[in-house]
Ligand binder design. Structure first.
Ligand SMILES: Cc1cc2nc3c(=O)[nH]c(=O)nc-3n(C[C@H](O)[C@H](O)[C@H](O)COP(=O)(O)OP(=O)(O)OC[C@H]3O[C@@H](n4cnc5c(N)ncnc54)[C@H](O)[C@@H]3O)c2cc1C
Length: 427
């Protein structure tokens, strides 16, 4: 455990602060090592993220931290258990911070990747790598043998295929959101055509009096070409949605697009409240994003995240991603606006149901979401138990990256691919 005491040279509380830290740390019989850091000037303070003297930092976290304090070289006052303010950190807060740090270290040890996870990681990485190869996409979409496999996850090439799936969902008491497949378009024309596809879909849903709810990706709408053009393109869809009372969800792509996606979603949401966005629990930043979206009353779909992300921005182990999902789901259930819990993970779904029941949150204040072709049994079971379940129904010819991400999600899908290849070759 790394314990630092950050003080200005003339701090009147430095000695007493160090004595309290030492006393708190020796409570378990160990000889404490406290590193004293003298903070000389404002530049130094800014580099250290120092907000006043004395500051006790355990494993990089300030004890009794007050977020949003300005960087300064003055004295810092801490609330004491008796309600007064004083220049030293209360011993109770130090003991709690030490305990918290030990717990984090234990959690990190438990979450360390295990050898048996390696094959799953490799197959995931391979599929996600393949999902980004345009040459493979051309090859795969030309091969008839992939079609049967794709049909498990994709409604079909045409809008009619999607509508047929919706009719079946409707009969089973399920809801839907329709995705007109496509991402990372290379020209403005392609982006405009993709938006036209969504307009046609919204019109078809409205004509048939089917719930109009669509999900789209910003790279399909030209985000990589020009963010402003992209927003205007999506605004055409949002305008039509407003006319017919539809809901538009903006999917989340890889972390390099998170800021731009949230910015565009916020702007469109300001003009029409039935625009929502997606948060991925594997991203380390998501706790902050969720709090802000709660404040802004933006509807959030929470998912684990489907892209190949570096450890600098994303949690690596399944345990961390799941723990993050559970925490974010609770925040959204407690204070969010009609959140969508998008997972097929039964343990997390059970947690959500338990948390909602324990906190008096009615099932009509949130919904579950799942993918077309995945865990139909679970979808139907939840509907039978009185929950709303919305199924993500993708259609269109640009199915390749979406399909590869689905394969990446489950190691057993490798076997599924191989078995289907063998069967289709024989047949
Ligand atoms: C409605 C919806 C919208 C989504 N939108 C986005 C988005 O905008 N951005 C984004 O990054 N990700 C999105 N995702 C994908 C998500 O991030 C996960 O990659 C995906 O849902 C798998 O994670 P899981 O939560 O089901 O948990 P996992 O732990 O991956 O899976 C739990 C169980 O579900 C089953 N399962 C899960 N996936 C599959 C599969 N492909 N094939 C077969 N069985 C499977 C298995 O039984 C597995 O054991 C979305 C997911 C859903 C359900």
């Amino acid at each position: 455990m790394r314990v630092e005491l950050l003080v200005t040279p003339d701090c009147p509380h430095a000695e007493r602060a160090e004595a309290i830290v030492r006393a708190a740390l020796t409570s378990d019989g160990r000889e404490p090592v406290v590193e004293r850091i003298l903070v000389g000037d404002l530049d130094h303070a800014a580099g250290l993220g120092f907000h006043g003297s004395p500051t006790i930092r355990i494993d990089g976290r300030d004890v009794a931290a007050t977020p949003d304090l300005p960087i300064n070289l003055g004295c810092r006052l801490y609330a004491q258990p008796d309600g007064t303010l004083s220049g030293t950190v209360p011993a109770e807060a130090i003991v709690a911070a030490v305990e918290d740090s030990r717990q984090r270290a234990a959690d990190a040890r438990a979450a360390r990747p295990r050898l048996r996870d390696v094959p799953a990681r490799l197959s995931r990485a391979l599929f996600l790598w393949a999902s980004r190869r345009h040459g493979l996409a051309r090859l795969a979409t030309a091969l008839p043998l992939t079609r049967g496999m794709v049909r498990r996850f994709v409604a079909g090439d045409r809008l009619e295929d999607a509508l047929a799936v919706l009719e079946r969902l409707h009969a089973g008491g399920l809801r839907w959101t329709v995705d007109v497949l496509g991402e990372s378009v290379a020209s403005r024309e392609m982006a405009a055509t993709a938006a036209d596809g969504y307009l046609a879909t919204l019109d078809a849903l409205a004509e048939r009096r089917l719930e109009a709810n669509v999900s789209l990706k910003l790279t399909q709408m030209g985000l990589d070409i020009d963010a402003d053009f992209c927003r205007q393109n999506v605004a055409r869809i949002v305008d039509r949605a407003r006319e017919i009372g539809a809901f538009v969800r903006i999917d989340m792509e890889d972390h390099s697009r998170t800021d731009a996606t949230l910015a565009i979603a916020r702007r469109l949401h300001a003009g029409y409240h039935d625009v929502g966005v997606v948060i991925q629990s594997y991203l380390r930043r998501s706790a902050d994003d969720v709090e802000q979206l709660i404040r802004e009353r933006v509807r959030v779909r929470l998912c684990k995240g489907a892209y190949d992300e570096p450890a600098t921005v994303a949690f690596v182990t399944r345990a961390e991603v799941d723990a993050s999902f559970a925490r974010l789901a609770e925040r959204l259930l407690a204070d969010g606006r009609y959140p969508a819990i998008a997972t097929h993970d039964e343990a997390l779904i059970d947690d959500v149901i338990r948390f909602a029941a324990a906190n008096g949150i009615n099932p009509d204040r949130f919904e579950f979401q799942m993918l077309h072709g995945v865990r139909r049994d679970l979808q139907e079971g939840l509907v039978a138990a009185g929950f709303t379940v919305r199924v993500y129904v993708p259609y269109g010819a640009q199915w390749y990256p979406y399909f590869l991400r689905r394969l990446a999600e489950r190691p057993a899908n490798v076997l599924f691919v191989l078995r289907t290849l063998v069967r289709e070759r024989r047949g």
